[in-house]
Design a protein. Structure first.
Length: 408
């Protein structure tokens, strides 16, 4: 079994590192299914009413706005003496159960929408609790970066798994039986999570009460001190930055149906085969991003990478298949490095010993999803996907304007 030592030792988080891989394998896989393959099923096979689909997406993504409330709950209330462990345990098992039921309801958009909302509720609590545990239990930036490396490994494996299943099981995209088999086999990725959740470790609090409000410790203070005015100003600017930094999600839902129609079934299947290996690229990208964080500041990297990503998005609309695959791999690498830098940058914004401020800012990513995904689905009725991609690239670069005025 895994040897668990005191906080600060190199071996303390071994079991938690494995749990981060399993948690984000499931978390990432579910969102690949939702944002890559369900659009093809809904747009090209079932021909679901796009207004109803956009409404369901809006309601589901609205659940993500509860992130600060979930963070406040996990900051304030302990269960059996643990601040995070049981929130991770309960939300992980609930997420697995709800996903199993959702996979057999896609023919009924209303029932599917209900389970979709529950998926978002469980996954948000799981994500909040896990990242709060990382923030709480990482006394140095090195340990934080190490923990987020394993988060990225899990996310990368989770991103690859659906593509592998698609290549293996979906021979005819217009066959409902193929899709049923596809979703049935997707339940396999839940198994590692179900076994690892009870093994998650956390330093138990001395007072095992459900309600606790610990005092600020010296170790939790950051080197950034804010007056109330500067705190509010920085909070507003960071919120606007994060909102637009993820506005390119605008074209995510119509994107894969667009690729299917643009390149044809054969090339689309070939693309899915290539995407199986993106997880290796993402892991390497995280290592590269960690290296550059040591060499330069996250803010500088963000200013360099976002314009490049925007240019590549625009090129997506005009290139042939081979160039698209090359550019897609490049933009995947740059996106991973950018998101890593954004996460590290946001962690500098802290006042006190709670994770709430980090999650409040991160909620604006969810607000962007809530706004731009349904909007992209709905307006795809009226404008072509190439125009959506260009609009997304422009919105993404608008995020650099508030970032310019942030002194952090």
């Amino acid at each position: 079994m895994f040897k668990i030592k005191k906080l600060g030792s190199k071996s303390y988080f071994n079991v938690n590192y494995i749990s981060y891989v399993c948690i984000y394998l499931v978390y990432s896989s579910i969102f690949v299914f939702l944002n890559t393959y369900f659009p093809i099923l809904f747009f090209d096979v079932l021909n679901i009413n796009r207004f109803m689909l956009a409404l369901m997406q809006f309601l589901a993504y609205s659940i993500l706005l509860l992130r600060p409330a979930f963070a406040a709950i996990t900051d304030k209330y302990k269960i059996n003496g643990y601040q995070r462990k049981y929130y991770i345990l309960f939300s992980g098992y609930f997420l697995a159960c709800v996903y199993i039921f959702m996979g057999v309801t896609f023919n009924n958009i209303l029932i599917f929408g209900l389970f979709l909302c529950l998926i978002f509720m469980a996954s948000t609590m799981l994500d909040v609790s896990t990242k709060s545990l990382i923030i709480d239990s990482s006394p140095s930036n090195e340990i934080k970066k190490r923990a987020f490396f394993f988060v990225t490994v899990g996310s990368s494996l989770g991103s690859a798994f659906p593509f592998f299943l698609y290549i293996l099981l979906v021979n005819d995209i217009y066959s409902i039986e193929s899709w049923n088999m596809f979703f049935l086999f997707s339940y396999m990725f839940l198994l590692p999570l179900l076994f690892i959740l009870p093994l998650i470790t956390e330093k138990r609090k001395k007072t095992p009460h459900l309600f606790d409000n610990p005092e600020l410790s010296d170790n939790s203070k950051t080197k950034y001190e804010y007056s109330n005015t500067n705190f509010k100003k920085t909070f507003i600017l960071l919120s606007i930055f994060v909102f637009f930094a993820f506005s390119d999600i605008l074209f995510s839902y119509p994107f894969f149906p667009f690729l299917l129609n643009k390149f044809g079934t054969t090339n689309f299947n070939l693309l899915n085969f290539f995407l199986i290996f993106v997880f290796l690229l993402n892991i390497v990208s995280t290592a590269i991003g960690t290296f550059f964080i040591k060499k330069t500041t996250p803010k500088k990297m963000i200013f360099i990478l976002i314009p490049i990503i925007g240019i590549i998005y625009i090129l997506f609309t005009v290139v042939n298949f081979l160039l698209f695959v090359l550019l897609f791999f490049i933009v995947s690498t740059l996106t991973v490095i950018t998101n890593l830098n954004i996460s590290v940058y946001l962690m500098k914004f802290n006042k006190g010993n709670k994770s709430l401020h980090f999650h409040m800012i991160a909620t604006f990513k969810n607000i962007a999803f809530c706004c731009f995904i349904p909007l992209g689905i709905y307006i795809s009725n009226f404008i072509i996907t190439e125009q959506l991609i260009i609009i997304g690239a422009i919105l993404l670069n608008l995020s650099l304007i508030p970032l310019t005025f942030i002194k952090m």
